[in-house]
Design a protein around this ligand. Structure first.
Ligand SMILES: [Zn+2]
Ligand SMILES: [Zn+2]
Length: 357
């Protein structure tokens, strides 16, 4: 991106994607990426082959790395019983519970772009929007391979540790102080190496656990395609059965707000921006919906500069125009979702810069 010709296409997947959400998303993205062309396209037909059929098999490979062995045994036993109950037939998962396969969606979007549209020749980014749960089996596969590599490394460290211990024993028995000292030092280094690998394994296992369940987005930078799922942002899914139901409208407002915040975060990631560690910022990383709700809609000064260099905003008037556009957006159709404070913040920013300029 970077020149004025850049186009961002938003394309809902399935005709059941709520219009209120797709409208809000395209409004938000076009304000946020002020100066770029943002187009909301007609929905792409949803076909069942986008769904992941072998969810159970996937979990079979993933589980040994994710859970402890006892849990795996329990799971296997449970599955066996269920299949017995089902007269030996494999379990079929109802369609609405199935997850969508991120890779298949991405390849369909890419196909649409290169074949149906004969390859748009200007700069473009295409983003699929979905309310279905998304998973990334290929991502799991890579992660499993990574864990296997770590396992092999650990095994080799342990092997070296055993050899080192033998050397140390020999040196001590024969009374070679220099060799003894060298072996002791080597054993210290190996201990550190092992601890590091164990830490790394723990971290990657956690990542796999998350990956194996769902992803909220997947991007193919080379094809400039991305798919984003808002399934996890529906407040209904976190609510316990005891909590008071605030009603469909209230839920929808939360869903719209979270989705708008998330799409701009992911778009910045598509531009290569990393998570922000400097300030309270839209690019802060968040693990849960609660964490995400606490982070603001706007970018901090550091991340804002990065965005401006991506979208080609280099002059003060443009910066002010963008703030007005953001105010218009969060104070207009999105006001009920974002509240008065958000649009006031953008108005104040525009005001401060105008008076300073
Ligand atoms: Zn992120
Ligand atoms: Zn930031």
């Amino acid at each position: 991106m970077g020149n004025s010709k850049s186009h961002v296409y938003l394309i809902p997947i399935g005709y059941d994607f709520p219009e209120i959400l797709s409208d809000a998303l395209s409004e938000m993205v076009s304000a946020f990426l002020y100066g770029q062309q943002v187009h909301l396209l007609a929905p792409m037909k949803f076909t069942p082959d986008l769904l992941l059929d072998d969810r159970i098999d996937l979990h079979d490979t993933v589980l040994p790395y994710v859970e402890d062995p006892i849990q795996v045994r329990k799971y296997r036993a449970q599955k066996k019983k269920q299949i017995e109950k089902n007269n030996g037939q494999p379990l079929t998962i109802p369609g609405e519970l199935k997850q969508m396969n991120a890779d298949i969606v991405l390849s369909k979007l890419h196909h649409k772009l290169t074949k149906d549209w004969h390859g748009a020749d200007n700069a473009y980014v295409i983003i699929g929007l979905t309310l279905r749960d998304l998973c990334d089996p290929m991502g799991c596969q890579k992660q499993i391979e990574l864990l296997e590599r770590i396992d092999r490394k650990l095994e080799s460290v342990r092997d070296r540790q055993r050899k080192c211990a033998t050397k140390l024993r020999n040196a001590m028995m024969k009374g070679y102080p220099k060799k003894q000292k060298a072996a002791q030092e080597l054993s210290k280094i190996l201990d550190i190496e092992k601890d590091n690998l164990i830490e790394q394994k723990k971290f990657e296992q956690k990542k796999l656990k998350k990956l194996s369940k769902y992803v909220t987005n997947k991007t193919n930078e080379n094809h400039r395609t991305s798919v984003m799922s808002f399934y996890r942002y529906d407040p209904k899914r976190d609510r316990s059965s005891l909590a008071v139901d605030p009603g469909l409208q209230a839920d929808q407002k939360v869903l719209v707000k979270r989705s708008c915040k998330m799409i701009i975060h992911h778009i910045c990631e598509m531009f290569g921006m990393k998570h922000c560690i400097y300030f309270h910022c839209r690019m802060n990383g968040s693990a849960t919906n609660d964490q995400q709700d606490l982070s603001p809609v706007h970018l901090c000064p550091v991340c804002l500069r990065k965005l401006f260099s991506c979208t080609g905003i280099f002059t003060t008037p443009k910066v002010i125009e963008r703030y007005f556009r953001m105010q218009q957006c969060t104070g207009g159709i999105l006001k009920e979702c974002f509240g008065e404070d958000t649009s006031r913040w953008f108005r104040q920013r525009a005001g401060t810069i105008t008076s300073a300029a």
